[in-house]
Every structure is written in structure tokens, then in C-alpha cells.
Design a protein around this ligand. Structure first.
Ligand code: ZN
Length: 333
């Protein structure tokens, strides 16, 4: 098998599995990331999370079943991609135990000295997690075209919605021919911290490790997979002159802390009296799922007279802890 065959084979098997599991249909509205752990469960592969020493993952084929180990020492993005790589070994019927020190070929196939099975599994993982149709579905929902996708803060927001690392997302855009390899390389070299700082200029976090989600009404109904202390920035248009305001009281205080709540001065009163309201909330430390529902309404009226509303499903679960797979599948939510 040539290098090219290995790459094409990995891609083909990933596309077949999407089809077999009905994922393309389920995810076509761009509201959720790929559900890798649902795929692993559907194929009845045992998965265990362990603090692996110097390894990201291990695939163990056995005659009657198969199992994989995934590290607990990296974040959920790396865990998800590693699990997809190990799933690749399984789907591609690799018969030997694979001990994976690294997964994901930079720019797919550019790593020097390749191993055929590893290249195949990486190619599978890249296509399974970040296929072009899923990237396009998310970009379409957000209104991002090829011009926007050249901006690091846009790619960073895309990566959050795809529950993938920022760098993996940069290279996936190149694989999907939405960026050139060179553009992807230049974007990948930028630190996500810059994007976070640009989005959240008015709150200083204790560290910039946490992710910063910038949500708008294009994310209505979305299911977002993040980490316990992530920040959520909401820029809301508010029809204050007509008495409407966003009610942020329902932001559950057990799950979130409001870090900022500001209104900008109306620029022009002729714009129907709308003002920009900016709300920054941070998840509390405990991993959990929560639904964030906000309504724009007159404070003295009920929900049924709301002018606008937004609801997001947030699974701020972070990485999988030691043990069996947490019941974290988005589709069960
Ligand atoms: Zn491998």
C-alpha cells in the first residue's frame, strides 16, 4: 500500500462509518460536534481512561472483542482525537497492539518516516472527527465564509464548536480545501490565547487556560462540549426603549457566575432604541451539564410575551477521568 492509498483508505472507512451510524444526517444542522464515544459504544469497543505513562492511547485487538486505553493526562480535545485514532485501528482491522505516543499527522501525511497503519488510523481519525461536511455545517450556521475562516479568532470559535483542538481544526480546514496548507500552518502557529483575549477584553481570568465561547443567537439550541470553568460571552441586542431587556436571572447561579454585565450607550437613538448588552459568565468548577436559557422581555410580563429567547445546552464536563467512559454522550442529553 502506498502512502496515498493509506490516507484514502482511512478517509473512506471514516465516511462509511458516518453513513452506517447515521451521523451525517444527525449532525447536518451544525449544532453539535462529532459524537466519537457514541460511535465507540455502537461498535461495542471497551474504552478505559488511565494516566498512561508517555502514551496518548493504546489499541488492543482480541479475537472476540476489542479495547482501547486513552490517557487522562490531556484535555478532552486530545482524548477525543486519540479515541478516534484507536477506533481507526479497529475499523481498519489492524491486528497488532498499537501503542500511540502521538496521534494526528501535522497537515496529514507530512510527518517524516511514516508507519502505514499509523498513517491510516490518523487519516481515519481526522476524517471521522472533522469531515468537511461537518465543518461546512457549522460555518454555514454561523455565517462564516472562506474570508472569515482565515481569521484565528473565528477558527478558534469553530474549534470549540467541533470540540477539537485549535490546531487540529486549522489543519482540517486545509484538508477540506477551505484553506491552503500554508494558511493553515500560519494560523496554527498563533496561540489561541490571543483569540481568547480579543473576545474577552473586559474580564481578567485567573489563567488563560479556560476556553472562551462567544455565543450569539446563531447558537440557539446548540449543544456545546466544554470544560467546567469555561467562559461564555454573550453580546445581546436589547430593545430597551420599548421596555424589553434580557433577563439573566435564570442563569443558574449554582452552575455559573456572572463576571460582567454591561450596556453600551446607544450609538444612535434612531436605531429603534436598541442597545448592546454584554454578559460574561463563567462555569463553576464542578463538571456538569446545564441548559442556559435567556429571554428578552418586559420585566413585568411573563415568558409568553418574550420578544426573543436563546437556549444553549452546555456540557461543561472537561476531560474524562480515570475509569470507564462517563455517560457523556451528547446524544443522550
Ligand atoms: Zn496508532
Amino acid at each position: 500500500m502506498t502512502k496515498r492509498d493509506a490516507i484514502l483508505n482511512g478517509i473512506a472507512r471514516a465516511a462509511e462509518l458516518h453513513h452506517k451510524l447515521g451521523f451525517r444526517e444527525q449532525l447536518k444542522d451544525g449544532s453539535r460536534p462529532m459524537d466519537i464515544f457514541a460511535a465507540i459504544e455502537a461498535l461495542r469497543i471497551m474504552v478505559l481512561f488511565r494516566p498512561l505513562d508517555g502514551l496518548l492511547g493504546v489499541y488492543v485487538p482480541t479475537p472476540n472483542s476489542a479495547g482501547m486505553l486513552v490517557t487522562t493526562q490531556r484535555d478532552h480535545h486530545v482524548q477525543r482525537f486519540t479515541a478516534a485514532h484507536e477506533l481507526g485501528h479497529h475499523v481498519l482491522q489492524h491486528r497488532t497492539v498499537s501503542l500511540d505516543i502521538s496521534v494526528g499527522y501535522v497537515g496529514r501525511g507530512e510527518k517524516t518516516g511514516y508507519d502505514e497503519q499509523e498513517l491510516e488510523a490518523d487519516s481515519f481519525a481526522g476524517e471521522f472527527m472533522l469531515p468537511k461536511w461537518l465543518i461546512v455545517a457549522h460555518a454555514r450556521r454561523q455565517g462564516w465564509g472562506v474570508v472569515e475562516l482565515r481569521r484565528s479568532e473565528v477558527v478558534y470559535q469553530l474549534s470549540l464548536r467541533l470540540a477539537a483542538s485549535y490546531q487540529a481544526t486549522c489543519y482540517a480546514l486545509a484538508s477540506a480545501n477551505l484553506l491552503t496548507q500554508r494558511e493553515a500552518g500560519a494560523l496554527a502557529a498563533k496561540a489561541p490565547k490571543e483569540s481568547k483575549q480579543r473576545t474577552m477584553y473586559d474580564v481578567v481570568p485567573s489563567s488563560w487556560r479556560q476556553d472562551v465561547w462567544l455565543l450569539s443567537d446563531r447558537d440557539k439550541g446548540a449543544q456545546l462540549l466544554g470544560s467546567p470553568e469555561d467562559f461564555v460571552v454573550l453580546n445581546l441586542e436589547e430593545h430597551l426603549a420599548s421596555g424589553y431587556e434580557w433577563d439573566i436571572e435564570p442563569v443558574p447561579s449554582t452552575d455559573f457566575e456572572v463576571r460582567k454585565d454591561d450596556r453600551a450607550e446607544p450609538v444612535d437613538a434612531s436605531l429603534g432604541g436598541t442597545v448592546s448588552r454584554r454578559v460574561v459568565v463563567q462555569g463553576r468548577a464542578a463538571p456538569g451539564r446545564t441548559t442556559l436559557r435567556l429571554e428578552e422581555r418586559r420585566p413585568w410580563e411573563g415568558s409568553d410575551s418574550a420578544l426573543n429567547s436563546m437556549e444553549f445546552k452546555l456540557a461543561l464536563l472537561g476531560k474524562e477521568p480515570v475509569g470507564l467512559l462517563r455517560a457523556e454522550r451528547l446524544m443522550a442529553a
